[in-house]
Design a protein around this ligand. Structure first.
Ligand code: NAD
Ligand code: DAU
Length: 339
């Protein structure tokens, strides 16, 4: 089996690459990634030594280059992780989000049609459903919840989902879509809440919490997300959407306080800053369908997952210190100065 993994030098894509190489020694994993600020070759260092792994530094919007890879490698399955993924950046500059997340998806699906690929899997997000109110803990996102987006990021992901469903209905492309809640774990880029707070706390820098920190996210350990996608591409039903989530809702402020506690840093580092524009209040996934149909359940409890994650950041300082010493400096300055 030849599997193309796009965005494999990023957070979830790289965890998926390692999951697949470890579990299926007979598969070839072909990674396509153009290495934006979020992609990192040091993340794929071990994979590069594996004879079953091949890397292509290619933009998914580059139709000619993508067709050439498909022509030469004859993939069976394509799993599309490649995306601009940070909500705050989409508020600053939406355009690249539309290019990569929508048009890049179209190029990949055209290649799948042209070369008769057995399965195209779109890695989507719970953000396509918008948000839920804090005072209705009985409400959850199901696969039937209407699409209702808030940010340019979520609008671009929702557009891509609609396009994927259109390619299935119009051209019969064998697709599946997964919509997952917030992931955390190794190789998480330090612009996102959990790794940003760990890195700042370790450097005794302020911990910038948006608004009052009351927004709720449903956190899932990244390995559990990878296992769910593995199940969907092997056993999922073509044309279907699967929600993935851990029933693990937490307020941002509680996460930040927990990180302070584990790192033995004072809560006085916490600084409340101006809220994100259009900030979604609460995400909460109902994962009943993937559990009933494919037997998936999250395996890592948050209390263990957060400790494993903190340990990883302590043991892999070089990985994130290199990242935060580059372009990240000007990003951080722009996003957080005077906020
Ligand atoms: P990430 O930002 O860490 O990684 C994205 C990767 O895609 C990077 O390696 C980057 O270089 C690559 N990339 C970006 N544009 C590209 C292009 N035009 N061509 C080729 N490669 C390109 O993102 P992530 O957090 O790992 O998210 C992966 C996917 O999962 C995204 O589609 C995201 O929408 C989705 N998702 C993420 C989460 C989460 O909590 N992080 C949750 C649900 C869904
Ligand atoms: O739900 C899935 C989504 O989760 C994915 O589709 C996105 O790609 C991924 O980035 C993530 O989006 P969020 O916006 O939820 O994640 P982020 O880590 O940016 O923020 C989590 C929460 O923490 C959110 O309520 C905003 C808040 N926050 C974030 C940062 C970076 C802060 O309070 N301070 C910060 O500095």
């Amino acid at each position: 089996m030849n599997i193309i993994v796009t965005g494999g030098a990023g957070f979830i894509g790289s965890n998926f690459v390692y999951h697949m190489l470890g579990k299926y020694p007979e598969y070839k994993i072909l990674c396509i990634d153009c290495l934006t600020y979020a992609g990192n070759m040091s993340t794929l260092k071990e994979a590069m030594d594996n004879p079953n792994f091949k890397f292509f530094k290619t933009n998914i919007c580059d139709r000619k280059a993508i067709y050439e890879i498909f022509e030469n490698e004859k993939p069976d399955i394509v799993v599309n992780f490649a995306a601009e993924s940070h909500v705050d950046r989409s508020i600053e500059n939406p355009e690249v989000f539309l290019q990569t997340n929508i048009l890049g998806t179209q190029v990949l699906m055209d290649a799948c049609r042209k070369y008769g690929i057995k399965r195209y899997h779109q890695v989507s997000t719970d953000e396509v459903y918008g948000d839920l109110p804090l005072d209705r803990p009985d409400l959850f996102f199901t696969e039937e919840t209407p699409i209702h987006t808030s940010s340019p990021y979520s609008a671009s992901k929702a557009s891509a989902d609609l396009l994927v469903q259109a390619y299935h209905r119009t051209f019969g492309l064998p697709v599946t879509i997964s919509r997952c809640s917030n992931n955390y774990g190794p190789y998480h880029f330090p612009e996102k809440l959990i790794p940003l707070m760990i890195a700042n706390a370790l450097n005794d820098k302020p911990l910038p919490v948006y608004g009052e920190g009351l927004n709720v996210r449903d956190w899932l350990y990244v390995e559990d997300h990878c296992k769910a996608i593995d199940l969907i591409i092997h056993n999922g039903k073509v044309g279907e959407v699967y929600n993935i989530g851990g029933h693990n809702e937490m307020k941002n402020i509680d996460i930040v306080k927990l990180i302070c506690k584990h790192l033995e840093k004072p809560e006085s580092l916490i600084t409340f800053v101006t809220d994100r524009k259009g900030h979604d209040m609460r995400y909460a996934i109902d994962p009943t369908k993937i559990h009933n149909e494919l037997g998936w359940l999250p395996e890592t409890k948050f209390a263990d997952g957060i400790l494993k994650t903190i340990k990883w950041y302590l043991e892999n300082k070089e990985w994130w210190e290199t990242i935060i010493s580059g372009e990240y400096q000007s990003y951080y300055e722009k996003m957080y100065k005077d906020r």
